[in-house]
Design a protein around this ligand. Structure first.
Ligand code: NAD
Length: 249
């Protein structure tokens, strides 16, 4: 298994890097990951997409959960790991970022927005499921006081935060862009993901199968560790600083 110094050399040599990121990259920004015990997310009952569509009570509960999380997501700041990808982008090394995150922190960090594939959508907007009209999450949350499951002001369709729910299909365009990135890259940095959520975790696997080097930076084991060229089992903030230091040598 290669070392962190090897990874630094691979990054220096590559101009076709992709990031594959999960909730762990944003924990230092104050957003809990999915599996942290006692976190906001684990306390919530899961509302499936079809339940949201079919039942008013489920829509109310779904909106209650999202509104509870939104202020923390809206006010979070990108951290040094998000910045690391900005640096790779400015150095002409980054093909793109495939993210499972819905927090918008890659966008806020200043990476070229065209390069980001948001597999699971994001929280910054709510979208009408019938006509596609989008409103800001702030505007939608403002309406919750009078309307606990708001509807579209254009067509009265169901308004839903622009995240992909369990049971909801991922967008074809995102899947195809993610597949293109995964087949074109020569180095995939999988950062802060348990790599258990499908089909998302299929993309670092696809990169590896297409002969890209796969580097996993995560503080717990993942199912893809066995196929990775390097596993950095470390806090992400620390690993990024160590990588930057090794790249300066
Ligand atoms: P996950 O919670 O399954 O995995 C996160 C991984 O990051 C875990 O293995 C954890 O041990 C690791 N981790 C957390 N903090 C770390 C740190 N500082 N250093 C090193 N490792 C760290 O997340 P996932 O794989 O992204 O899947 C969860 C799903 O939940 C995704 O679909 C995502 O859309 C959603 N989600 C998103 C956010 C967000 O946008 N920030 C937050 C929670 C959940």
């Amino acid at each position: 298994m290669a070392s962190l110094t090897d990874v630094a050399k691979w990054i220096q040599a590559s101009r076709k890097i992709i990031g594959f990121t999960g909730a762990g990259i944003s924990t230092h920004s104050g957003i809990p990951d999915f599996r942290s015990p006692g976190g906001v997310w684990s306390k919530n009952t899961t509302i499936l997409f079809q339940e949201f569509v079919d039942n008013y009570e489920d829509r109310v509960e779904y909106w209650r959960q999202k509104a509870a999380i939104w202020p923390a997501v809206r006010d979070a700041e990108p951290n040094n790991a998000h910045q690391f990808f900005v640096d790779l982008d400015r150095a002409g090394k980054l093909l793109g970022i495939i993210t499972q995150n819905i927090d918008g922190l890659h966008e806020r960090s200043g990476v070229d927005g065209q390069k980001i594939v948001r597999l699971h959508g994001w929280m910054q907007e709510a979208v009408c499921l019938s006509c596609g009209t989008a409103v800001t999450m702030d505007a939608a949350c403002e309406r919750l006081k009078d309307e606990p499951a708001p509807v579209c002001e254009q067509c009265a369709g169901l308004l839903k935060p622009a995240t992909i729910s369990f049971g909801q299909s991922l967008r074809e365009g995102d899947l195809s862009r993610a597949a293109t990135l995964s087949t074109k890259c020569d180095l995939c940095l999988a950062v802060g993901s348990s790599l258990v959520v499908q089909p998302a975790a299929g993309f670092p696997e696809m990169a590896s199968q297409n002969n890209a080097r796969l580097v996993i930076i995560n503080n717990t084991a993942t199912p893809l560790d066995r196929m990775a060229d390097a596993v950095i089992r470390e806090d992400i903030g620390t690993a990024v600083e160590q990588l930057k230091k090794a790249m300066r040598r």
